[in-house]
Design a protein around this ligand. Sequence first.
Ligand SMILES: C[S@@+](CC[C@H](N)C(=O)[O-])C[C@H]1O[C@@H](n2cnc3c(N)ncnc32)[C@H](O)[C@@H]1O
Length: 284
Amino acid sequence: KSDKTEEIQTHSTSLEVPKTLRYVPEDCKDKIVSDEDVLETLLKIFKALFINDFTRQMNILALLPEVKSTYLELLHLQPSKSKITFSCYESENMFSPEELLFHTLGFSITRNQSSLVSAGTGVFVTRGFVPKGAVVAMYPGTVYQKYEPIFFQSIGNPFIFRCIDGVLIDGNDKGISKAVYRSCSRRDQLGPFHMSDVSWLTPVVQNPLAVGQYVNNCSPDKAANVCYQEFDVPECFPIELKQYLPNVTYSHDIQSPLRCVVLVALRDIKQGEELFSNYYTIVN
Ligand SMILES: C[S@@+](CC[C@H](N)C(=O)[O-])C[C@H]1O[C@@H](n2cnc3c(N)ncnc32)[C@H](O)[C@@H]1O
């Protein structure tokens, strides 16, 4: 395979399994949905996760009346409203992240054995329906500028994703990649605020979209139904929702916005279907 390709493909042309994800020209523009739409979707699901997590915490705190009142004061909740608010916190109908995804965006996804022989794990739509153009997953990992060292992390690592501008995302949830991500995430913590999600490194994800690194490459009989799209997190992104972002920058002093990559549906995708991307595709 050439290092840089301008081919636009909807199918992989060979059965050869790629080792590293996507090589594309630097001047390529491949956004199929607007940044505003991506932001809207992420805010929608992250807000739902935040309220769900907050409710769970309040359920625990509700056992201690003095803690409950202090907490409400800190949150500047009116005493008159607090009773009503608490009755909803005390609800036992908590959602798992996958259930929450289904209730918020109308579908849920999960990792499972791929439908392709010897392809390992893949990602499936387990409930609902993904409409064309929807953000269906995120590609988690440590973000490296193209001049930053990634040699040791990249050895035998099939989870390195290359963005159009040469930025690399290491989505490997094992070994040195995992240690680097955890370390960067801890480094960036601001008091009680976590700037990123580390749960994608475990079997139980907090952000149910953060499994995009397990999406397999298309094959002649399994066409791509999702494609990758870069998304830079804007400055206005609410600090309390950053805990659900599954990416961290390797460099602490980098000034540019945090790079994320989302997977966007190329067509309507039904329940039970496996997600396939094209590791080499550019969609204009
Ligand atoms: C980014 S990982 C995807 C997750 C991987 N299936 C796993 O279980 O870890 C890329 C690796 O998945 C496997 N893979 C991806 N697409 C494949 C395909 N169409 N056929 C066979 N193996 C595939 C290859 O081993 C490739 O190096």
